[in-house]
Design a protein around this ligand. Structure first.
Ligand code: NG6
Ligand code: CA
Length: 542
């Protein structure tokens, strides 16, 4: 006998205990299984999420394009310079691929940058010669640009530093005291902080999104390349003790901050730049842009003033190199690279940023200022083993340093002998970020992403380059052809530069004669014809 409860338990234990235990066991098994399943799948799920993010990041790295000015093939220690040291650039090369056979579109700035940014050869457009500071905008707003490639894919875009591609819709009609009616904002750059042309050309002010930075209403700006301003002393009227640097040739129109310039200028007041602070101002805005856009993909075209004339380094670099100010500004350029790479590391962006470093054209020593660059060069060879210099049709005019770094995606410390050209920026970057180039745009740009990423050694079949007198020359991996043209053998206005211009066809075997010493055109008429045909095809498309 027992209580009902007792009997319940007796009943329960007898009839249901086994079932209860069994259900509990089943329930435990199911939960345990689910737990184990979750624990097993979690890493995979996380990996999946991560790989989606990583994939997105892989396809949308930040891109910083550093374009130096007049920096030669032999001016960096990673390219063999020994009288000047460039540790930050060398580190960049160590973290990526250094190209030994990379070419600009021209041996001067404006046409070179035009080709780089539009993927259209500068010979297709007549007004692509070295631009004055009051030139109207040379790239037309309906042209597709490198900035458009990135902008179309949701990148924030910026042009910072030297521009030299004209501003405003009409030459000499700009209102420097108001908003310019055309500027890089019309070419796909969300933000711009630029020098209109070069440091040796007026106006000597920075322009941000189309208006003068630190505009000084008490000193309205006037600019002319036609006539002087009667009440402003010219170079020749300025007492010698007021100069910070004297000109060796040209640069004798206006004097701004004790330096003679090309072009006349009036006013500016507190907006006028100080040459010793140019690199600092450019770096300051470049770092500001990186900070501001650190959590979204960005593209920055960072065009340094270094190492163009007038070479007037900050006190931090003055006297630091045995080669005089030209060496000092190479060190200042290296400092710029260091600031950018360090900031990327600080923000944790270094792994997800593709950096490409190059120059707009070849090097030059005396380019119009008495800065002792010729006297102090010693055995440094700014153009490396190559003949000629900036302006010339010979190789040193347009073969340029070219380094690509993207940790984890580009092999480290690799040298590539593949021949590449800056003309391919638009198509190659479009491939990188998945942009479609509109029909008819960037006609001379080809995608060489695998080569640029160090994954292929494939060279471009040829590259076409323009010299200072607009004559054209063609390189294939083996041959260099200089098209016959009229022109003096030496640059006429001052620099001691061999032009490479001749009335007869010139052909050089770059494999056995990289210094272009022996014209072998007569020995290889077929090759001459092939190379001339490449130019023929281009001119048909003018
Ligand atoms: C030349 C200038 C030179 C430099 C060059 C353009 C004179 C005497 N010389 O005409 O100093 O400014 O143009 O250089 O005016 S570039 O790198 O921007 O193409
Ligand atoms: Ca240049």
């Amino acid at each position: 006998m027992g209580t009902p409860i007792h009997s319940f338990f007796q009943h329960f234990s007898r009839q249901s205990f086994g079932r209860f235990v069994f259900s509990f066991y089943l329930c435990f098994l199911t939960l345990a299984h689910q737990y184990l399943y979750i624990m097993r799948m979690l890493p995979l799920a996380l990996m999946g999420m991560c790989s989606a993010t990583c994939l997105a990041q892989q396809n949308r790295p930040n891109v910083i394009l550093i374009v130096a000015d007049d920096l030669g093939y032999g001016d960096l220690s990673c390219y063999g310079a020994h009288r000047v040291s460039t540790p930050a650039v060398d580190r960049l090369a160590q973290s990526g691929v250094l190209f030994t056979d990379a070419h600009a579109a021209a041996s001067t700035s404006t046409p070179s940058r035009y080709g780089l940014l539009t993927g259209s050869l500068p010979c297709r457009k007549p007004n692509t010669n070295v631009a004055q500071g009051n030139a109207g905008m040379i790239i037309s707003p309906d042209q597709y640009t490198l900035a458009d490639v990135f902008r179309s894919q949701g990148y924030a875009t910026a042009a910072i530093g030297k521009w030299h591609l004209g501003l405003g819709s009409t030459t000499a009609q700009q209102d420097w005291n108001g908003q310019l009616d055309q500027h890089p904002g019309d070419l796909g750059f969300d933000y711009s902080y630029i020098m209109a042309a070069t440091a040796d050309r007026v106006p000597c002010v920075f322009i941000e999104d189309g208006h003068v930075v630190n505009y000084d209403p008490s000193a309205p700006i006037e600019v002319s390349y036609q006539k002087r301003f009667p009440d402003v002393p010219t170079y020749h009227e300025t007492p010698i003790d007021q100069f910070k640097q004297r000109s060796s040739h040209g640069h004798d129109y206006a004097v701004v901050n004790g330096i003679g310039r090309i072009g006349w200028m009036k006013g500016g007041g507190k907006a006028l730049w100080q040459d010793e602070h140019l690199a600092d101002s450019i770096v300051d805005r470049a770092l500001g842009f990186i900070d501001k856009h650190q959590s979204e993909p960005f593209f920055m075209y960072l065009a340094t003033n270094d190492v163009h004339v007038p070479r007037y380094p900050s006190d931090r670099f003055r006297g630091k190199s045995p080669m005089g100010v030209r060496g000092d500004v190479i060190m200042q350029f290296d400092w710029t690279v260091e600031q950018v790479t360090r900031r990327l590391q600080q923000l944790g962006l270094d792994k997800n940023t593709l950096i490409i470093l190059t120059s707009d054209n070849g090097p030059i020593l005396d380019d119009g200022y008495d800065d002792k660059s010729e006297e102090l060069v010693g055995d440094h060879r700014p153009g490396g083993i190559y003949r000629g210099a900036k302006y010339s049709a010979y190789e040193a005019g347009s073969i340029v340093p070219f380094i690509v770094s993207w940790p984890g995606h580009v092999p480290q410390g690799k040298k590539s002998d593949a021949m590449i050209t800056q003309m391919d920026f638009v198509a190659t970057m479009a491939k990188l970020v998945g942009a479609d180039i509109p029909e008819g745009q960037a006609p001379d740009s080809r995608n060489y992403l695998k080569t640029w990423m160090g994954k292929s050694s494939k060279s471009v079949p040829y590259c076409i380059t323009m010299a200072q007198n607009r004559s054209l020359h063609v390189r294939s991996k083996r041959w260099k052809y200089i098209h016959p043209c009229n022109g003096p053998e030496m640059i006429q206005w001052g620099p001691k530069v061999e032009t490479g211009y001749k009335k007869i066809p010139q052909l050089f075997d770059m494999k056995s004669d990289p210094g272009e010493t022996t014209n072998v055109a007569d020995l290889h008429p077929k090759i001459v014809k092939q190379m001339a045909d490449v130019l023929e095809q281009i001119s048909e498309k003018y």
